[in-house]
Design a protein around this ligand. Structure first.
Ligand SMILES: *Cc1c(COP(=O)(O)O)cnc(C)c1O
Length: 410
């Protein structure tokens, strides 16, 4: 099937995002990706049908197992992450669940970082754990913790960096090296949703599988739910055949794949702007007297700053912070903002702000939040692509108001 895909030899990342791989339309040579809005494909004869099902012969036969529009997106994502292959799915959770159900069985040991996206945390605790996977949460930002946790039956090490929502940084190279030194078969999986492959490429740092919620920066327009796994051809084939086809059925629709392809064309450009504005926002927050603490890896006082400088190109578009007065003051701030939209999700053109403890991370109990280092009053901001001045002014007025209300004792 790859013969249909025309690879442009280039090292320039923004060119790769736009033209790196292309599904050539044999009939009209359409420049935009054609949408193959079909569930099934006619096969030339019974023998050929059997061989496509078994994988002996290339060719499409049913869109849950493959579709040309989906393949176009998979090839592009593999190129952008530096992997051999990719599998796209109907959501980020679809990709994560398909990966866990492919490689973890009852009795397998899975080591996960304690700070994770709420849905992933729920999958690992209420899904995998209940089905007999031995899930252990530790703080992987301290690599020594991994050495104490590794066991003979460890199948996977799983993490996010920067982690959602505290933007904690974990040393990917160090974690992958230690896990593989213990046993080369252990799969090191990284959710790269927040960094994106423009800022960080875990496969080049020794990790085995990269996971994405394409819903976020890669699509970037807030109009699609989609996910992906990227890695070696062999691992991706296993995820496709077991995790996607059988265990989850979390297939992506061709139209959604087309939209993500379209979003990818401006992805490097968008990331530069997200990073620039987030840096400005982090400075405003860090200098405002109503703010208790800012969590942004670009700030020198962030505990992962040096490491982020080493493993990321820039520091990303997410900024988390705590205001003085904790949870209730945080809620007051969110309710007083006029420009930032009070909404979960991230990586959209619109600036989105939310309260993890009651929204994106509500699967965590209060005690679990504390163990994961997620303050109950934490506010998570996804800095959008609007004029930076509009974002800064809104935050400024909201924080000033908090200060005034505090002083008047309200
Ligand atoms: C949103 C998100 C997910 C889940 O992705 P969906 O597309 O919503 O299923 C997983 N990981 C991270 C870090 C996320 O931000």
């Amino acid at each position: 099937m790859t013969s249909q895909y025309n690879h442009v030899e280039t090292i320039h990342y923004s060119t790769a995002a736009i033209r790196g791989t292309r599904l050539t339309d044999q009939t009209y040579d359409s420049v935009a990706t054609p949408i193959y809005q079909t569930s099934t494909f006619a096969v030339p004869n019974c023998e050929s049908g059997a061989m496509r099902f078994s994988g002996e012969q290339p060719g499409y036969y049913y869109s849950r197992m493959g579709n040309p529009t989906l393949t176009a997106l998979e090839e592009r994502l593999a190129l952008l992450e530096g992997g051999e292959a990719a599998v796209v799915t109907g959501s980020g959770m679809g990709a994560i669940a398909a990966t866990v159900w492919t490689f973890c069985k009852p009795g397998s040991h899975l080591i996960a970082d304690c700070t994770l996206y709420g849905g992933t945390y729920e999958l690992l605790t209420e899904g995998a754990k209940e089905f007999g996977v031995d899930v252990e949460f530790i703080d992987l930002s301290v690599p020594n913790n991994l050495n104490h946790a590794l066991r003979e039956n460890t199948a996977m090490v799983y993490m996010e960096t920067p982690a959602n929502p505290t933007l904690k940084i974990t040393d990917l190279w160090e974690i992958a090296r230690r896990a593989h030194e213990y046993c080369p078969e252990i799969l090191v999986a990284v959710d790269n949703t927040i960094a994106t492959p423009y800022l960080q490429r875990p496969l080049f740092l020794g990790c085995d599988i990269v996971l994405h919620s394409l819903t976020k920066y890669l699509n970037g327009h807030g109009d699609v739910i989609a996910g992906a796994a990227i890695g070696s051809s062999s691992l991706m084939e296993q995820i496709r055949r077991r995790g996607l086809k059988t265990m989850t059925g979390a297939v992506l629709g061709p139209f959604e794949a087309y939209l993500v392809m379209r979003g990818l064309q401006t992805f490097p450009l968008r990331m530069e702007q997200h990073c620039s504005t987030a840096e400005l926002v982090s400075h405003l927050l860090a200098s405002h007297p109503a703010v208790e603490k800012v969590y942004y890896p670009g700030l020198p006082e962030h505990s992962g700053h040096e490491l982020a400088q080493k493993q990321m190109r820039r520091f990303g578009g997410m900024v988390s912070f705590e205001v003085k007065g904790g949870r209730s003051a945080g809620a007051k701030l969110l309710n007083s903002l006029k420009f930032c939209l009070l909404a979960v999700s991230l990586g959209d053109a619109e600036t989105l702000i939310e309260h993890p403890a009651s929204m994106s991370h509500s699967p965590y109990s209060d005690q679990e939040l504390e163990e994961a280092g997620i303050p109950a009053g934490l506010v998570r901001l996804s800095v959008g692509l609007e004029d930076p001045q509009d974002i800064l002014e809104d935050l400024q007025q909201g924080l000033d108001k908090l200060l005034e209300d505090g002083q008047s004792g309200r």
